[in-house]
Design a protein around this ligand. Structure first.
Ligand code: PLP
Length: 264
């Protein structure tokens, strides 16, 4: 088998020293999904299952150097973005993505960690909307992130459906709004596809505190499946099944809220 027939995926995101979220969660997910994973490190965090104790950006010139290294050698079939830190880093990532062909782009618009630590400066939001989403294939906001993107609160199904449409009108082809809750026993994601197809993806709601890194794992799985050539609808379904398995088989390490199990 030639090396270039192996699906290759890159995560452009932040490091979680605790191994449950960020680049580490992405690489573990890529391994599980049998794609070759790579990383472009945008920022570092000092982090464990109790929270984020600190964060530190990589100089943008060095982020660019990582893009150049990967573009010079690999045949990347899909990419995802996670923690992008601030406006300068969003601009650097957008400029570099435009200069390469890394395949379909999954944007996980990471803003705030569950513990409350800021992973993206608020003044970077506009650039995400105007420059990153127009080159994205999929975006995967949770409800609070979707609210920031559209600028109004999402309190019912109609507002969530409207928000998906408003986010799609920013230029991204496919929108997944994670976690609208109808019944306590159900978790519901709203999907709006490029084709115009729209539906709620309903699954069992898992009551657990072991949810650290779930968003990263979900979007990484979708990127992996896209790199394999799966259509978007199948990639989303695989992502959902994978994250449900990872949450229900969460690992018992650390004293805090995670992590999920990437080899479940
Ligand atoms: N740390 C990094 C580096 C991340 O990219 C993310 C992704 O969302 C998180 C933390 C979030 O962790 P949590 O799932 O606990 O909110």
């Amino acid at each position: 088998m030639s090396i270039n027939s192996t699906p290759q995926v890159v995560s452009i995101a932040g490091s979680d020293s605790g191994g449950g979220a960020g680049l580490q969660a992405d690489l573990k997910t890529f391994q599980n999904r049998t794609v070759f994973g790579m990383t472009i490190v945008v920022a570092l965090t000092a982090q464990n299952t109790l929270g984020v104790q600190g964060s530190y950006p990589i100089p943008t010139a060095f982020v660019e150097e990582q893009f150049k290294s990967l573009a010079a050698d690999f045949k990347i079939g899909a990419a995802k973005t996670g923690m992008l830190f601030d406006k300068e880093h969003v601009k650097c990532v957008v400029d570099n993505l435009k200069a390469v062909d890394f395949g379909p782009l999954v944007v996980d618009p990471v803003m705030i960690a569950k513990g409350g630590h800021t992973l993206l400066d608020t003044d970077a939001i506009d650039l995400i909307k105007t420059d990153l989403l127009p080159i994205a294939y999929v975006v995967t906001p949770n409800i609070p992130e979707a609210e920031v993107l559209v600028g109004y609160p999402l309190t019912n199904d109609l507002e969530i459906m409207q928000a998906a449409q408003d986010i799609q009108s920013l230029g991204v082809k496919n929108v997944i709004i994670k976690g609208g809750h109808l019944l306590e026993s159900q978790s519901r994601d709203y999907i709006l596809l490029e084709s115009g197809e729209r539906y709620w993806l309903v699954s069992e709601r898992l009551e657990t505190v072991k949810t650290h890194g779930t968003g990263d794992t979900f979007s990484a799985c979708i990127a992996a499946e896209l790199a394999k050539g799966q259509p978007i609808k199948e990639a989303i379904l695989t992502g959902k099944q994978f994250i449900q398995g990872a949450i229900s088989n969460a690992i018992d390490v650390g004293h805090g809220h995670g992590p999920t199990n990437h080899w479940a």
